[in-house]
Design a protein around this ligand. Structure first.
Ligand code: PLP
Length: 371
């Protein structure tokens, strides 16, 4: 069985924590602040660098709820097209950008540096607007000696996507004038006490560890511990965003303060390479990235395949939990011919787990069966 996410109890058993994550952030960001979710961090960051009625350019290949904080603070989200290789489509950005643009958001997809950043820099210079570096997928990814997410005027990262934590995100502020203007909302900071959601997370982690090999039992625990379990899938993007509004959990802060970035990065990289090897013989499954630059800490192993549901079914049968297509697009992007490539990508991209608690031998065993 390959679980979708890293588990807290395996984490807490590891004894060696040399360089912590917070000191890594301190090296690269001018200032930073903690939040419960990346979208909330994005909200406070954008509010700092914009005035009402401006627009924000965001890639169309993006989960639907990410546009919600932009709408909430009275800005217009304007989706721009991306290419099949995940580059920003510069001519499309040129058609949409104007003197009311507050910022262009770029995304380091799946933990890999966003290609084509030079052209975004040219556009932000030309239109005198800001660059937002969305690094939600991989807090630990480095590139060219920089921590991803700290490249733009502001940036965000989501801790819960790579650490076994109940929630958590960081807002990076990389310009002293922006730091001066920053006026955080009530969702900034770390909660003073452990709360019900921390206890639910702990319970779930213990139960998952006990029943690790049984997907159906895991699903039942998930439903039991998280309430009905129905709400999360069916709720509107706005409601999902509203539900995530909170400060960082105290448990999250405690856990990631102990994190060992180097070992997480190296385990994830090894699992990424193993998926790459074992899927090599499958001509119907094509990896999105043909190489992995030094410093990258992959969030997942993303592939493209024409029949994504069949591939996911095969993986589930072999005990791979959490393989899914990515992402659910915004309503205004879904089936919109102006964003044909983003629609194609979201239908055909399947992401496979590579987290630090998967043994590469488990991936090899799945590979043997898939062949
Ligand atoms: C590219 C991207 N940006 C931002 C976010 C929002 O992060 P969070 O879920 O922590 O609010 C996500 C969430 O999946 C994402 O994929």
């Amino acid at each position: 069985m390959i679980s979708a996410t890293p588990s807290l109890s395996v984490w807490s058993l590891s004894s060696h924590h040399p360089a912590d994550f917070e000191s890594l952030i301190e090296q690269f960001a001018t200032e930073y602040a903690f939040y419960g979710a990346g979208k909330v961090a994005l909200r406070d960051g954008l509010e700092t660098i914009s005035v009402a009625n401006q627009n924000v350019l965001i890639p169309a290949y993006l989960p639907d709820a990410v546009a919600e904080p932009i709408v909430e603070i009275g800005l217009e989200p304007r989706f721009y097209a991306v290419t099949e290789s995940l580059h920003p489509n510069v001519s499309d950005i040129r058609n949409r950008i104007d003197s009311d643009t507050a910022a262009i958001v770029s995304v380091n997809y799946f933990g890999f540096p966003q290609p084509g950043l030079e052209t975004i820099a040219e556009l932000t210079d030309e239109y005198d607007c800001y660059h937002v570096d969305d690094n939600a997928h991989s807090p630990l990814s480095m590139h060219d000696g920089t921590l991803l997410g700290t490249d733009g005027d502001i940036g965000i990262t989501s801790l819960w996507k790579q650490f076994p934590v109940p929630n958590g995100a960081v807002l990076y502020l990389n310009d002293t004038a922006i730091v001066d203007d920053y006026a955080p909302s009530a969702y900034e900071g770390v909660r003073e006490h452990l709360d019900v959601s921390d206890c639910q997370f702990l319970l779930k982690s213990i139960a998952f560890e006990l029943f690790d090999r049984n997907t159906r039992v895991r699903e039942s625990i998930d439903t039991l511990v998280s309430g009905s379990g129905l709400g999360r899938v069916t709720a509107s993007p706005r409601n999902r965003y509203e539900n995530e509004k909170s400060q960082m959990s105290k448990l999250t802060h405690r856990i990631f303060a102990d994190a060992d970035p180097e070992s997480i990065r190296s385990n994830r990289r090894e699992n990424f390479r193993t998926w790459n090897e074992v899927l090599d013989s499958r001509s119907d499954v094509v990896p999105i990235f043909d190489s992995m630059p030094e410093g990258v800490c992959p969030q997942v192993f993303p592939v493209r395949t024409a029949d994504s549901s069949e591939f996911i079914r095969q993986l589930e049968q072999l005990g791979v939990d959490g393989a899914n297509t990515w992402p659910r697009l915004s309503e205004s992007v879904r089936d919109n011919p102006a964003y044909e490539t983003s629609n194609l990508l979201s239908r055909s991209t399947v992401v496979l787990p590579v987290h630090q608690h998967i043994e590469s031998s488990a991936i090899e065993a799945v590979g043997d069966a898939l062949r």
